[in-house]
Design a protein around this ligand. Structure first.
Ligand code: HEM
Ligand SMILES: *[C@@H]1O[C@H](CO)[C@@H](O)[C@H](O)[C@H]1NC(C)=O
Length: 316
């Protein structure tokens, strides 16, 4: 045989190593940083007890990270002289918050095990802890993602601009990320918490017909037709601070705040799922957990790809 003796064992080790890193696993830090998850959880809980809306920011942060070049913490990178990142892209600027909470969690984790836990994993854990802290489900977070060395405002704008294309368009955007129609409806249930700016629902409350008249009238009070773009309204008008299924009940009553919310109950293929979740909060929460795990699986960097950043806002 021409292959040198040493090649076979080396090759086997390489194969094994590829296999062991080939996918994310909930036990990834069990040996290398056993207290990582409780450390992150303490920071997240404290932040949400200080400001309840932080739960919404943290869940959305993970979503916006995962939909642009995968769950790789690209959203956390600050701009540099040679790179305009995602933070200042249209979908995130003046809208996404929570960065400082992730940085706090990262610095606490660095104290106990430096260089081990990725920012991308911290985002995934934070989203799970945020859900649970406000009455939503918990789930086993898969771990082992690594952090990107780049981010791109252009890519972010491309991914999020196509969100204005009807229910079939929404379905295909999620399908492209490996998420089913059911996943999409369940994930949209995140709008059971948090707020939106008048800018995003102005056209809906002044111009649309598939909206409850009384609801539109109330929302117009703090969202004038030609002003007030940054004024806020809760995405779930009944219980904006707790993670429940009222969001779906609202949709059935034509009280969805965003056009894209109401699209999920407007005579299309998602109506029956909305109806199911409006009647069965347990099914919603269970599907939400499943869908969050799937979302966290979008294109992770694994093995030797990317890096473990020392601080989340800059590459090493
Ligand atoms: C189906 C497509 C979606 C669209 C078109 C959409 C759009 C929006 C918009 C326009 C806002 C308001 C932003 C602002 O006023 O600054 C918002 C807020 C929010 N979104 Fe979505 N979203 C979608 C899916 C999701 C998903 C999948 C999640 C999480 C898994 C999510 C979580 C949130 C949360 C928690 C908020 C409230 C944030 C806050 O309080 O500031 N959204 N979304
Ligand atoms: C309502 O629709 C018209 C026509 O498309 C548009 O010019 C106007 O800006 C819309 N109003 C609001 C408040 O969005």
């Amino acid at each position: 045989m021409e292959m040198p003796q040493v090649a076979l064992p080396l090759f086997t080790v390489l194969l094994l190593c590829l296999a062991c890193n080939a996918q994310l696993s909930s036990t990834f830090y069990d040996q290398t940083c056993p207290n990582a998850l409780t450390t992150i959880q303490t920071v997240i809980r404290r932040a949400i007890s200080q400001e309840r809306r932080m739960a919404a920011y943290l869940i959305r942060l993970h979503f916006h990270d995962c939909f642009v070049q995968g769950c790789d913490a690209s959203i956390l990178l600050d701009d540099t002289p040679s790179m305009i990142g995602e933070k200042n892209a249209a979908a995130n600027k003046n809208s996404i918050r929570g960065y400082e909470v992730i940085h706090k969690a990262k610095s606490e984790v660095e104290k106990i095990c430096p260089g081990i836990v990725s920012c991308a994993d911290i985002l995934a854990v934070a989203a799970r802890d945020a859900s649970f802290a406000v009455g939503g489900p918990s789930w086993k977070v898969k771990l082992g993602r690594r952090d990107s060395t780049t981010a791109s405002a252009t890519l972010s704008e491309r991914e999020f601009s196509i969100f204005q294309v009807g229910v079939e368009g929404l379905i295909s955007i999620f399908a492209n990320k490996g998420l089913s129609i059911r996943d999409m409806v369940a994930l949209s249930g995140s709008h059971t918490i948090g707020q939106a700016r008048c800018f995003f629902f102005k056209n809906r409350i002044y111009n649309q017909s598939n909206i409850d008249a009384g609801f539109a009238k109330i929302r117009r009070k703090k969202c004038p037709a030609s002003d007030g773009n940054t004024n806020l309204a809760p995405l779930d008008l009944v219980t904006p601070n707790s993670f429940d299924n009222n969001y779906f009940k609202n949709l059935i009553q034509k009280k969805g705040l965003l056009e894209t919310d109401q699209l999920l109950f407007s005579g299309g293929p998602t109506d029956n799922i909305v109806t199911e979740y409006s009647r069965d909060p347990t099914a919603f929460k269970s599907d939400f957990a499943t869908a969050m795990i799937k979302m966290g699986d979008i294109q992770p960097l694994i093995g030797m790809e990317g890096q473990i950043r020392n601080i989340c806002s800059a590459v090493n």
